[in-house]
Design a protein around this ligand. Sequence first.
Ligand SMILES: [Zn+2]
Ligand SMILES: [Zn+2]
Length: 651
Amino acid sequence: MDTIQITLPDGARREVPRGTTAAEVAAQISPRLAKEALVARVAPSNNGGDGELIDLRCPLESDVRLSILTPKDPDAIQVLRHSAAHLLAAAVLELFPDVKLGVGPPIEHGFFYEFLREQPFTPEDLERIEKKMRELAAQDIPNERKLLPKPEAVELYRKWNQGFKCELVEEKAVEPMVSFYTTGKFIDFCRGPHIPSTGRIRAFKLMNVAGAYWKGQEGNPQMQRIYAACFYTQAELDDYLRRLEEAKRRDHRRLGQELDLFSIQEDAGPGLIFWHPKGGLVRKLMEDWLRDELLRRGYDLVYTPHIMRLDLWKTSGHTDFYRENMFGAVEVEKADYQLKPMNCPGHILIYKSRLRSYRELPVRLAELGTVYRYERSGVLHGLLRVRGFTQDDAHIFCMPEQIEAEIEACIDFAFAVMKTFGFGDYVVELSDWDAKHPENYAGSPEDWRRATAALENTLKHLSVPYKRMEGEAAFYGPKIDVKLIDAIGRPWQLTTVQFDFNLPGRFGLEYVGEDGNRHQPLMVHRALWGSVERFFGILIEHYAGAFPVWLAPVQAEVLPVSEKFSEYAKKVTGDLKAAGFRAHLDDRNEKLQAKIRDAQLQKIPYMLIVGGKEAEAGTVSVRHQSKGDLGPRPLAEFLSDLRQQVDSRVS
Ligand SMILES: [Zn+2]
Ligand SMILES: [Zn+2]
């Protein structure tokens, strides 16, 4: 008999007849595996590659290494989601036979399929489609692969009047035979693989419809993308939907409005932030902390202009590699000026303003520097992607032998930020160059080797776990990125510590060394928060708007139980203010319950309720935003406790 040899992941080998399918191998191993299997991965026995994913019913024709993938495997889940996208298209075609089909890939947490249709899909349509999908799923329809010669494939779609699909086959089908998948009546030009049948698609939910240009190109027809969440089990789907709800509850755009922290004004333009008094106060507190730390850690604070000659940006190279992110130039007295997209050239001019000696190095110039970048309107997002923002920027100019200590100090500073602002978890990434293509980078291999080693040594020395990202560095130098993990487990890119082998040469930076000769300093860009706007947005979501007491715009709301006690309430408020706290008296003629509810909604950390008993005893009844009723306390005692909490910045 003609046999082939299958090597399983545990190293076990099996002789099977040529043409045996992965599904059959799974059945031989265990009925349970056969039931769980979604897709298979094969690689030729004689090479060490990762292999490729194939359908379970695809016949095996040569010696292979074979893994049978179950829902535990993230690759298998993506295959399931892709099959679910086909199921969506099949359901839509049953209900709306005239739609034109676009593409339908799996995505993170689910999938989409896109359609061209004159009328928009309504929420009721989505309900009907989802119902139809469940019907088709329950029929456990097989997903079958078919091969057609290319001309026949084009003809099939032409007859069916599916222009986008014709286009795709023409462009993408390279082999003479074109791969298709059918799910009942539905047929799709698709490379696969797919799960064997629709019955395993159970935990999904159609989420929304969004417009997207065909192939993402402006000017092309506008497709309607139906997005769906999809998991293997209902429990996973429920968990995901719960997390989405939680994220919605924390959305900084909604909370920013409810808590009156900031706004974006159509009259002023998109992506430009107005900080309202309460948001402005939080910003002041954030910046005060940062400036104090900068000075304590040996930085110098500088300020640079928002607009500078365009020529400066030619010297820096920004007009070559960054132009599409810059606002247009402004002409003044026949010279072009440029709104700054970055602070680096400004700091470089300060460094260059006189000859530097090695004795002065490192020079650390820090600025809360406001920059303007042309972000496309489609990517603007609340405080997180904006067109005008203030970076907590700094540039360090130093000698090679100082670099490790400087990087270490940057990382230490980043950790201080996380601790102070209440973040415990983080992920660190070290981005290196693609050593196979040195021609794409500024700096010599020696520069790169030394700088990357400095970054790596620092992380090792601090025992910080990190991931190495080969080929992910910018062209001008390697970097360390710190992503913090927020209260609901979402990662946020924050701190960057970035070498620059490009700008010191372009601007001819120098220092006089101990040897009396001129040398080029190393330059590092670093930002801890990224920008004040973005970090504020992250803080709002992390705390769900309930800022810790040291950051809260109002720390204590004084609530008299009735007008009779307004004198005592005024005294309490006055004492709080005199002690340096941010207190507010709610003297509205409202019921106490209503006042408590409003203070809760404003997420004020402490409510101090005062009535006859309190006035007589010189106490306040303390209620905490999340801990609830804490009972009566002498005012002086409350004040000293509050002082302690604010000073230690407990979150
Ligand atoms: Zn497909
Ligand atoms: Zn910079």
